[in-house]
Ligand binder design. Structure first.
Ligand code: 5GP
Length: 192
């Protein structure tokens, strides 16, 4: 998605440890005009009418999923990162290794909001090693629901997550795939 790549080039900041900061437009301050284009593009890439729910993970995925959901006309469910006193009844849960904090945390979804009749589109801001998305896939499988695909705003193509997921036959669409980035020069190159 050209608009997104241009924005990443202009406003993205490459940090040590293979971290790309996009917090001026994607995950701290949010550019809603850009979010809208992202939502439309996900709809174009996942035209299936079978999708019944969008699943994401707090916090950065929520805004993206909500704007996208307006083009799918389905509810958004987000996995919580800690056990909440508000989650009564059964839950689906699994452990995920955090890319940015390098620790394991639990993600949780109430069993009320995912069922075997659901066809789920997973959406997240970044795909790096694939731990977050794999955790979400686990939750979908625990519910007996189907996975329609995975929509990612920025995939870091030099990390393993995208390849691993595609090898499992999962339909992954990333709006921008970063092939390389250099913390010293700030240079970012995209997959063509
Ligand atoms: P993964 O689980 O695929 O290794 O990493 C994906 C998760 O880690 C995303 O949910 C995202 O929040 C965070 N993440 C991974 N890489 C980056 C990055 O380069 N920049 C930012 N801002 N977040 C990242």
């Amino acid at each position: 998605m050209k608009l997104l790549e241009e924005r990443i080039r202009r406003d993205g900041r490459v940090k040590a440890g293979n971290v790309l900061k996009v917090d001026s437009f994607l995950n701290h301050q949010l550019d809603i005009a850009l979010y809208n284009e992202i939502g439309k593009e996900f709809r174009r890439l996942f035209p299936s009418d079978r999708i019944t729910k969008i699943l994401t993970i707090e916090a950065s995925g929520i805004g993206i999923a909500c704007i996208a959901a307006q083009y799918f006309q389905v509810p958004v469910v987000f996995a919580k990162k800690s056990r909440s006193i508000n989650l009564d009844g059964g839950v689906y849960t699994t452990g995920v290794r955090s890319f940015t904090h390098n620790r394991i945390y639990d993600i949780i979804v109430s069993a009320k909001f995912l069922s075997k009749d659901d066809h789920v589109l997973i959406i997240d801001d970044f795909l790096a090693n694939g731990c977050a998305v794999s955790g979400l896939i686990e939750l979908v499988k625990s519910a007996g629901a189907g996975i329609e695909g995975v929509g990612i705003v920025i995939e870091k193509g030099f990390q393993e997550g995208g390849r691993r997921l595609r090898e499992q036959g999962i339909h992954v669409e990333s709006l921008a795939v970063v092939d390389a980035m250099n913390a010293a020069t700030g240079e970012i190159t995209f997959r063509r």
